[in-house]
Design a protein around this ligand. Structure first.
Ligand SMILES: [Zn+2]
Ligand SMILES: [Zn+2]
Length: 300
């Protein structure tokens, strides 16, 4: 009886493994179009009440431009579709970050920018309501409260579903950060004991950052001392440079930047720029290196 139970569990585990590995080879072309709401919003500005504004508020909130507290589970959905002052301020901040004309309304260039593939991490956090709507920005940024590692030797490991092919480009990304910082990275077999933990995840995986199509980003990661790095299993990934697939090494390099404490940069050529196109390969830019050096200046 016990043997039967064990063999059933073993069979189910194997089946699960096969299903998840099969997803790793899938293309992401089957998704519905999560940015449909933008089609209705062209030219929409302050004072307008249009269906889809609510989704725009959710999108800008998920990227850190709008404070979610401003929109508690509003029972009055009509109200949520009003383009109000807060949304105009958030949109201006978005346009400022991406070096667009600061129009405060949804002009075609802003809509095009929003549709581009990006990292799922917010561009910057809004610590509290007293934050001024505009502040002088340097190019690189730090995560909220500037979390850091307080040791130079960091271990890394791969979750059970990271395919062999993905490991080399991720190790390449680690080497690039090691060459520009005092950090040394070493592999450990026991995943949960590692400082930096690479995983592929699917859908809502209970960390507050579900992968639900292209609007939620292709990857995200958690600041020190957490170190988890998640890639969306349903995206098309490339281990060597390939058109139409996300370059594992480049996205890994970007997410490692977050795991070391950097936030997004406004410099297009920096690896910490939030938008990453399929087929795009980037290395560390001077701005990325300046950022990490500034963050750890007083530590190492
Ligand atoms: Zn990012
Ligand atoms: Zn996650």
């Amino acid at each position: 009886m016990t043997i039967q139970v064990f063999s059933s569990i073993f069979f189910l585990l194997c089946l699960h493994t096969l299903i998840v590995k099969a997803h790793l080879h899938e293309s992401n072309n089957n998704f519905s179009t999560p940015f449909d709401f933008l089609n209705r919003l062209s030219g929409v500005a302050k004072g307008d009440n249009v269906k889809g504004v609510r989704e725009l508020k959710n999108y800008l909130s998920s990227l850190g431009y709008l404070n979610h507290d401003s929109y508690p589970n509003d029972k009055n959905k009509e109200h949520e579709n009003i383009f109000d002052d807060s949304l105009e301020i958030a949109l201006k901040k978005y346009q400022e970050f991406y070096d667009l004309n600061i129009t405060g309304f949804l002009d075609p260039i802003t809509i095009t920018k929003m549709r581009q593939p990006r990292c799922g991490m917010p561009d910057f956090f809004i610590p509290n309501k007293t934050t001024p709507p505009f502040h002088t920005r340097s190019y690189y940024t730090f995560l909220r409260d500037s979390p850091k590692w307080y040791k130079k030797n960091l271990s890394y490991s791969f979750d059970w579903n990271v395919l062999e092919g993905a490991k080399q480009p991720l190790e390449h990304a680690l080497k690039q950060w090691a060459s520009a910082t005092p950090f040394k990275f070493h592999y450990v077999k026991i995943f949960r004991k590692a400082d930096i933990k690479f995983s592929f995840m699917s859908g809502d995986h209970d960390d507050g950052y579900p992968f639900v199509g292209s609007s939620t980003g292709m990857a995200h990661s958690f600041p020190p001392p957490d170190g988890r790095i998640h890639f969306d299993v349903h995206r098309k990934w490339a281990w060597v440079h390939k058109k139409n697939a996300y370059d594992m090494q480049t996205v890994g390099l970007h997410e490692l930047g977050h795991a070391l404490g950097l936030d997004h940069s406004t410099i297009f050529k920096a690896v910490m720029y939030p938008i990453i196109y399929p087929g795009e390969r980037k290395g560390l830019h001077k701005d990325d290196i300046d950022g990490i050096k500034a963050l750890y200046k007083k530590i190492f």
